[in-house]
Design a protein around this ligand. Sequence first.
Ligand code: SAM
Ligand code: SF4
Length: 368
Amino acid sequence: MIQPLSVYVHIPFCKKKCPYCSFAVAVGQGHYEKDYLAAIDREAMSYGARVSTVYIGGGTPSCLSQEGVEYLFASIFQRFTVVENVEISFEVNPDSIDRKKAALLKKAGVNRISLGLQSLDDDALVLLGRTHSADDALRALGILREAGFDNINLDFMYGYPGQSREGVRKDLYRVLALGCEHLSLYALNIEERSLFFARRVEVDNDAQGELYGEVCGQAEAAGVYQYEVSNFSRPGYESRHNSNYWQGGEYAGLGLSAHSHIAGERFWNAAALPEYLQLMKVSGTARVGGERLSGPEKLVEEFLFALRMNKGCDLGALEIRFGSEMPMEKKETLESLIEMGLLEEEGMLIRATPRGRLLLDEIAARII
Ligand SMILES: C[S@@+](CC[C@H](N)C(=O)[O-])C[C@H]1O[C@@H](n2cnc3c(N)ncnc32)[C@H](O)[C@@H]1O
Ligand code: SF4
């Protein structure tokens, strides 16, 4: 039987563009909501597959109107065959949720929330250009709990200019005290297409490296265990949707700039809202690029994805699945990365060491 798919739906609308953000977002264009959701429905129609995880991300999905949320979920349940224990995640920003919307999400079938809290320090939230305060985030979390959500992720950022070690520790301490089921801990990255990049904001990579070890230790000490480079959860609350990405699974991406991986092919949609809407209107697809990797290329790619996960990769099992071996020169590179202390072997598994997890880009560059 064909494995069920994961579905990602991108909702690009945001109140304001955060200065660190490089995602495909549309600010002040909420009037396109109806057209946009109709385009998503049209994309969904072309799949008709069984689905085991759905992730509504953005942008800011919680900016959607009540009618928008209702339309979106009616479309998902009509166009896909959703398995019984489906995981449905929905990203919420602290200042775009109220009791009514939380109840609506619960009723629609959402069973996992990702709250973009970022920090509980008001000065940090101003520096990060967020449109909410720490109190707004606490209020949002209260509303979500009250609505019955018992699987909540919090996004937390650290390592921005001027932030002290003690500052990170205290901030994370308050966040961990909220007792959520899942945490995503991100060191601020200066992305090329962001306002911070244009303003030449710089981060100290060495300091971030040290902070990384500390935040990982702090989360684990609070019973939230690392299972991926930036992701931590209480046992049993790992994100099934994201784990599918890291395990090389198939997924369909709907909406602006969304990527898909189906039947060995990777393809992606237009990244600008007018182009996406126009393409959907004219041709019923917004696909603007794609690639099909060869067997060995795909094997290496899957291996690299698996290195993101703490449990690592069973290279032998991967080779059997692909019916081909990791090329000899790449195996030699793996040996040298093990000698350098960036990778380690345990039985059949190869995984990144704590130091290696910080240098995954470099590891990937060497292997590729
Ligand atoms: C899809 S994004 C945004 C979700 C939601 N709109 C929000 O702002 O909370 C998911 C998360 O990625 C993280 N993120 C985005 N840009 C980042 C950057 N440049 N460096 C580090 N983390 C980043 C933030 O923690 C953010 O909450
Ligand atoms: S960080 Fe979130 S709210 Fe801010 S611009 Fe990006 S997607 Fe929108």
